[in-house]
Design a protein around this ligand. Structure first.
Ligand SMILES: C[S@@+](CC[C@H](N)C(=O)[O-])C[C@H]1O[C@@H](n2cnc3c(N)ncnc32)[C@H](O)[C@@H]1O
Length: 248
């Protein structure tokens, strides 16, 4: 989908594409109330609307992202309610059947999160988990019974920690998809720092992207939603996205 992107707004990348594809192929959005938290240019929100979501709400801290998403929803004639604010604050009191998130997750020099523009799109504190951990801890506050969560991030942030954090929040969670991609410009720029800190091997210039899925407890068979287990087959993911677009 062609999207307008204002300066300083995240351009939809391989991570966006990966979670979008899983959301659409898995039938997660159809007929459901969907929240896209950290919407950027609105790529996930618009894909959910196009996939037949009952309602779509998009939230971002950045005013430019909110404007870009609003413009893109009008441009494509897809209904998305856009809110500016921190994480789940703008939707306090509401419940969603699906929450999707592509949070900032690139490990940075410090734990201080940037306040401005592009860096806010990808800096996730020193371990990359500052925003990610908040999503895991706070998402149940807006999740409907039987609601699902889809979160994409780098394997450098440790997918097992995400699964554990979501389980601590009371959800059934697991890694649904993985694919290995070459570093984009942002990761290349941090490669030496990441090597020094032992987050990547010397000379490593690829990262694994992961999609972690979580579901409110009470669903007996996680694998057979829509009766089609192929929707959940993570093996297919390894062969795709070979162009390896990542952050930046
Ligand atoms: C990696 S971008 C993802 C954009 C889009 N969802 C996509 O997949 O292309 C992360 C987005 O999260 C937003 N963001 C960062 N911290 C946030 C917070 N505390 N609350 C809401 N949005 C936040 C950033 O402004 C940025 O637009």
């Amino acid at each position: 989908m062609m999207l307008l992107r204002l300066p300083g707004v995240y351009r939809a990348e391989g991570d966006t594409e990966m979670v979008t594809d899983l959301m659409c192929r898995g039938g997660f959005a159809h007929g459901r109330d969907v929240l896209d938290v950290g919407t950027g240019s609105g790529a996930l929100a618009l894909a959910a609307a196009r996939a037949g979501a009952a309602t779509v709400t998009a939230v971002d801290l950045s005013l430019r992202s909110v404007v870009a998403t609003w413009l893109n929803s009008r441009l494509h004639g897809l209904p998305v309610s856009v809110r500016q604010g921190d994480m789940f604050t703008p939707v306090t009191g509401r419940r969603f059947d699906l929450v999707v998130a592509n949070p900032p997750y690139v490990p940075a020099e410090t734990d201080v999160l940037p306040r401005h523009r592009k860096a806010r799109c990808w800096d996730g504190g020193s371990d990359g988990r500052a925003v990610l951990d908040r999503v895991c801890a706070e998402v149940t506050g807006v999740l409907a019974p039987r609601g699902d969560v889809l979160i994409v991030h780098s394997g450098l942030c440790d997918a097992d920690l995400t699964v554990a954090a979501l389980q601590t929040s009371g959800l059934d969670a697991r890694v649904l998809a993985r694919c290995t991609v070459p570093f984009g410009p942002v990761m290349h720029g941090r490669a030496v720092m990441l090597e020094t800190r032992g987050l990547i091997r010397p000379g490593q210039r690829t990262e694994e992207l992961v999609v972690v899925g979580a579901r409110n407890r009470g669903i007996r068979n996680w694998d057979t939603r829509n009766g089609d287990t192929r929707n959940w087959d993570t093996r297919n993911w390894d062969a795709r996205n070979g162009d390896g677009r990542g952050h930046g």
